[in-house]
Write a protein that binds this ligand. Structure first.
Ligand code: HEC
Length: 189
């Protein structure tokens, strides 16, 4: 994220973001170079899945949603119940492996279910109360819903495209679906 205050264009790139973020310990140490979790100081805090097989073959955001946040912003939310300006949430989409069952699931040593295969897109939310006052303090960006390489820049999306659904569903928890992220609700130190 080159700047969250640069007019309507938001720049994203793992290397740029890595240079800007602190070297604090990560919540999880799992890292994949070139993807969202290759960023220092950022931890994976949740991974909902909405497989195509359960959404008529066309989920709006298919498959796993790996969500990342800077550790200090996660801790801030735990203490204050809101996110500070400058918070960035990165949601990386990860396709599910195709299994032999009609619902797309497959067998693994851990049981039958859905398992990640390939990276498939990045969506980003940036909190800036002044710049994004019209969309409840958050700007929404998408860097593509396809395999990498992702677009290096993105324009802020309209309220109808993104924010309206978050406002309808989770305005009370600062626009984030906190109910799906146990780490946001835990008391970590
Ligand atoms: C129809 C409703 C809907 C729309 C439209 C929508 N989202 Fe979301 N978004 C969700 C839900 C529900 C979650 C959490 C569960 C999940 O990921 O499946 C979520 C999660 C997120 C997250 C992870 C942080 C969080 O709040 O949980 C980001 C980042 C995000 N969305 C960005 C976007 C962007 C960018 C757009 C527009 C391109 C967008 N969303 C449009 C419903 C929506």
């Amino acid at each position: 994220m080159e700047s969250a205050n640069c007019g309507c264009v938001c720049h994203y790139g793992s290397r740029n973001l890595a240079n800007k973020l602190s070297q604090r310990p990560r919540v999880h140490e799992r890292r994949r170079p070139g993807s969202a979790d290759g960023i220092s100081g950022v931890g994976l805090h949740g991974g909902p899945i909405t497989p195509n097989s359960l959404n008529g073959g066309e989920a709006p955001f298919p498959e796993f949603h790996d969500v990342y946040i800077k550790r200090e912003n996660l801790l801030y939310y735990q203490h204050h119940g809101t996110f500070p300006d400058g918070t960035v949430l990165v949601k990386e989409l990860v396709l599910a492996q195709k299994g032999k069952y009609p619902d797309g699931s497959l067998d693994s040593a851990s049981g039958r279910g859905y398992f990640p295969s390939e990276l498939h897109g990045i969506d980003v939310m940036v909190k800036d109360s002044k710049r994004f006052a019209n969309t409840n303090k958050w700007g929404f960006f998408t860097f593509g819903h396809q395999a990498p390489p992702y677009s290096p820049i993105a324009k802020a999306m309209s309220a109808a495209q993104c924010a309206s659904c978050h406002i309808a569903g989770v305005a009370k928890t600062d626009m984030v679906w906190v109910q799906y992220y146990p780490l946001l609700r835990a008391k970590l130190q």
